[in-house]
Design a protein around this ligand. Structure first.
Ligand code: DAH
Length: 344
């Protein structure tokens, strides 16, 4: 290459290299490649040269022109994308970023999901029942007739003037023979009856659901809360089966070995009835009511008590959540207080 072109090239390269920002390239481009630019000048002066030299330098100059063009626009592009500068005022890049809050499940939803998972893995089916129930399912069919003193255990929310439209004709005809007053179910046990009316043993189900009580609220009482009912019926289901199922459940629920204690208790729909206690943090805590299904309950659903037997249990989901998460007051679950909810 002629020394003149060589010099020009180095000069231009130097200038491009030292360019502080993308804007300065236009000036460089004009200076070298513009109509009156330095390279253009050389190209124009070629006409005065002898043919052979004109041809040689002409070629070189054209190649250089292309080279310089690429060099300038390449560097220009690079600078225009990478020269973003943080504003220097009022902007502290060392400050921790703001956390974007994510949605998540309510603690009771999490416990509900966990309970369902453990039982379904033991081959239990999950069924659900209506929250507005009839007196028949909530009480009578569970061996708690109108005059039974045990009715007082379930402080019931009765529904005034129930509208018959909410029941289908088949239900209405059946209710002529049943106590049809409506109430908000006080426990999930009525679903035992509904399920057995439509299914034959053997089966094993759980019934998670919301229940209602007409009660003064305090740290361990709410007017509505959640229960999980369990029912397993077959030709030879025994308390030994019950013991295995609940112990397996609680061990998996609490994630470790826990101690169990069984106490005799009374519920009209089981015989014998019992209470299950687990030892947590050195204390015995009641976690479940249970028992062998009472023959009068089988009578109500027209099962033959001589041919089937089974166990039933009921537990409070809120109580399980309180034990697992160390929540001191059941009302927190329903407070809608995000400071509480966000901890889970
Ligand atoms: N339904 C009872 C209650 O709400 C709990 C219960 C006790 C359910 C014993 C059962 C059972 O199935 O066998 O207090």
């Amino acid at each position: 290459m002629s020394s003149e072109l060589e010099k020009l090239k180095r000069k231009c390269e130097e200038e491009v290299k030292n360019s502080p920002n993308a804007e300065s390239f236009n000036g460089i481009r004009i200076k070298y490649l513009g109509r009156k630019g330095e390279l253009t000048k050389i190209l124009r002066s070629l006409k005065d040269l002898p043919f052979e030299e004109r041809k040689k330098i002409g070629q070189q100059a054209n190649i250089l022109k292309k080279e310089l063009e690429d060099l300038i626009s390449g560097k220009e592009k690079e600078l225009s994308t990478s020269n973003f500068q943080f504003p220097t005022s009022n902007f502290d890049i060392t400050k921790p970023g703001k956390k974007i809050s994510r949605g998540h499940f309510h603690p009771l939803t999490k416990i509900d999901e966990e309970v369902r998972q453990i039982f379904t893995s033991m081959n239990f089916s999950v069924v659900e029942g209506p929250e507005a129930e009839t007196e028949f399912y909530n009480f009578d069919a569970l061996n708690i007739p109108s005059n039974h003193p045990a009715r007082d255990v379930w402080d019931t929310l009765w529904i005034k003037n129930p509208k018959s439209e909410i029941l289908n004709p088949k239900q209405i005809s059946k209710l002529k023979f049943q106590n049809s007053k409506l109430l908000l179910r006080a426990h999930t046990s009525p679903m035992q009856i509904r399920y057995m009316e439509n299914h034959n043993p053997p089966f094993q189900i759980i019934v998670p659901g919301r229940v209602f009580r007409y009660e003064a609220t305090d740290a361990s009482h709410e007017i509505n809360f959640y229960q999980v009912e369990g029912l397993m019926v077959g030709p030879a289901v025994t308390l030994a089966n019950f013991k295995f199922v609940v112990e397996e459940f609680f061990q998996r629920f609490f994630g470790r070995q826990v101690e169990f204690r069984y106490k005799p208790s009374y519920f009209p729909f089981v015989e014998p009835g019992l209470e299950v206690e687990v030892k947590l943090g050195g204390k015995w805590l009641e976690v479940m009511g249970a028992g062998m299904v009472h023959r009068k309950v089988f009578d109500a659903v027209r099962y033959n008590p001589g041919q089937v037997q089974g166990f039933a249990f009921g537990m409070g989901l809120d109580r399980l959540a309180m034990l697992k998460y160390n929540v001191p007051d059941i009302r927190l679950f329903y407070s809608g207080d995000l400071r509480f909810i966000k901890q889970f």
